[in-house]
Write a protein that binds this ligand. Structure first.
Ligand code: 5GP
Length: 191
C-alpha cells in the first residue's frame, strides 16, 4: 500500500461541454483510476457493459441502493446513475488519483457529506455553442437535444451555487478549445 492517500477528482459538466473528452485525456495518466458508474439507461452504440457503465435494471439498481452500495446517486433525464463505493476507497488507499464523472446533484451529495476532493465543472462557452455541439454529435434525437439543453441550463445555474457557505465546485473551466482546456485542467490537478 502507498503511504500517501490518493486524491478524489470530481468532474461535472453538461452533456456536450467536453467533459468526457477531458476525462479521456486525464485517464492517459497511469496514476489515474476512474469510476465506472452504474446506470439504468439503455446502452448507446459503441458502449460496453462494465467498461463505459454497469448497465442495470431498475430492480437491480434499487437493490444496490438499499444495500448502500453507492457513494452517491441521482436521476438524470429519467434514468438512475450511481457511483459504486468500493473502487474509490481502494484506489485512494493505493495513492491514486480517482476520477469520478458525475452530474451536479450527485456532486452536491458528496459536498454535503464533506467528501474531500477537487471538484471541477466543465462549462460550454455558451448555450448556443452547446446546442451546436450536440447537433453535430448526432447521437441524440432532436427532442433529446432540446431536453439536454434544458438540463444543461439548469446544471450551469446549479454549478454556481454553494453548499454550507462554500462553492459547490472549486473551479469552473470554460471549454473553448479542447487542447487548452485539457492543459488547464492538468495544471489545476497536478500543479
Ligand atoms: P450519459 O447518459 O450522457 O452518459 O450521462 C448523463 C449524465 O449522468 C452525465 O452528466 C454524467 O456525468 C452523469 N453521470 C454518469 N455517471 C454518474 C453517476 O454515477 N452519478 C451521477 N450523479 N451522475 C452520473
Amino acid at each position: 500500500m502507498s503511504e500517501k492517500q490518493g486524491k478524489l477528482v470530481v468532474i461535472s459538466g453538461p452533456s456536450g461541454a467536453g467533459k468526457t473528452s477531458v476525462c479521456r485525456a486525464l485517464k492517459q495518466n497511469p496514476n489515474v483510476e476512474f469510476s465506472v458508474s452504474a446506470t439504468t439507461r439503455s446502452v448507446r452504440e459503441g458502449e460496453q457493459d462494465g467498461i463505459d457503465y454497469h448497465f442495470l435494471t431498475r430492480e437491480d439498481f434499487a437493490r444496490r441502493m438499499e444495500e448502500n452500495q453507492f457513494l452517491e446517486f441521482a436521476t438524470y433525464n429519467g434514468n438512475l446513475y450511481g457511483t459504486p463505493r468500493w473502487p474509490m476507497d481502494a484506489a485512494l488507499a493505493r495513492g491514486k488519483t480517482f476520477l469520478v464523472e458525475i452530474e451536479v446533484a450527485g456532486t452536491r451529495q458528496l459536498r454535503e457529506r464533506a467528501v474531500l476532493g477537487f471538484y471541477l465543472f466543465i462549462a460550454p462557452p455558451s448555450i448556443e455553442e452547446l446546442r451546436r455541439r450536440l447537433v453535430h454529435r448526432a447521437t441524440n434525437e432532436a427532442e433529446e437535444i432540446d431536453q439536454r439543453v434544458r438540463i444543461a441550463e439548469d446544471e450551469i445555474k446549479a454549478a454556481r451555487t454553494e453548499v454550507a457557505g462554500a462553492p459547490l465546485y472549486d473551479t469552473i473551466v470554460e471549454n473553448i478549445v479542447l487542447e487548452d482546456t485539457i492543459k488547464e485542467v492538468e495544471g489545476l490537478l497536478w500543479p
